[in-house]
Design a protein around this ligand. Sequence first.
Ligand code: G6P
Length: 369
Amino acid sequence: EQIEKGGYEHFMLKEIYEQPNAILDTFRGRLLAKEAIIKMAGIEDNMKKFLNADRIIIVACGTSWHAGLVSEYIFEDLARIPVEVEYASEFRYRNPIITEKDIVIAISQSGETADTLAAIKLAKSKGAFVFGVCNVVGSSIARESDAGAYTHAGPEIGVASTKAFTTQITVLTLMALRLARAKGTISSSDFRHHLIELELIPDKVKKALESDAYVNSVADIYKDAKNCLYLGRGFNFPVALEGALKLKEISYIHAEGYPAAEMKHGPIALIDEQMPVIVIATKKGHYEKVVSNIQEIKSRKGKIIGIVTEGDESVKNLADHVIEVPESSEFLTPLLTTIPLQLLSYHIAVKLGKNVDQPRNLAKSVTVE
Ligand code: G6P
């Protein structure tokens, strides 16, 4: 096992550090930035179906569901296709409306999650086209799907999903861009620009990992917190959910992810000087609005940990700590902002002496309902 961990103390940390390469592997053969081409056999072979689809329904569980939520923002923004993101377990028991003009995308690291598998069987029985985004080759969901695209994250051993999440977002981003180009919802020059930006992501993830030592020192300060709040907007709202899930899973600290603007409708009541609030406040998008959310937290004496774009000054002046990530196009920021949140949960859990790779009560793959 020590050899498999490749010198890292835990699989989770190894997998966090594998992300630049995992994303590169997921690009391989698909992203040809110089030629301005995205090649994905599962899409090319079924392009007509994708172009005629009324909507995309994404079904998934856990972290994979969060990757689905991120991609909802990306698909709608770039490819202008309506997207619904469903917990597989709710969807399958709801007598959902599914037609032959729906495309159902199932996202699953293991490809074995019982609820997700059952959801796609239901969707197929109603005539929908099912596209699988799985990590494990030949898994049940991959086999049951009509077409698909694998994430090439390599084996993920840590129960808390890390590199599977970022490679799922990578595949879904490639899909959204390919469809946007085919539909003509983005110009060829924007397309070209997005591909070049995407190609830079693995190096930027590497850069984001350089915050590790600083994140570790922040973890020291907040490891005894009883509650944590994670806030984000737009593309980074699902990242806030994922950050909170990661902390819950491995440190057993209660954490909630919320859309930053919704804070005033409830969670703001929880804020006092004991409450760490992790706010994703990267430039572009809703930056100014998030800054005003941060002011609201500060005036209630909450402790603020800002995830900001390199060189940011405004948040630095307000927050107790800032963790920088490299600048990038807004729709790609989730691939970067996720990194410090993974590291923060990891370090807190290690400091609390928890079993990081195999947290209590959780399984890597949930093959029962
Ligand atoms: C379990 C795992 C999570 C995972 C979820 C969905 O709860 O502990 O890490 O996100 O299942 O798994 P899947 O394999 O379908 O992505």
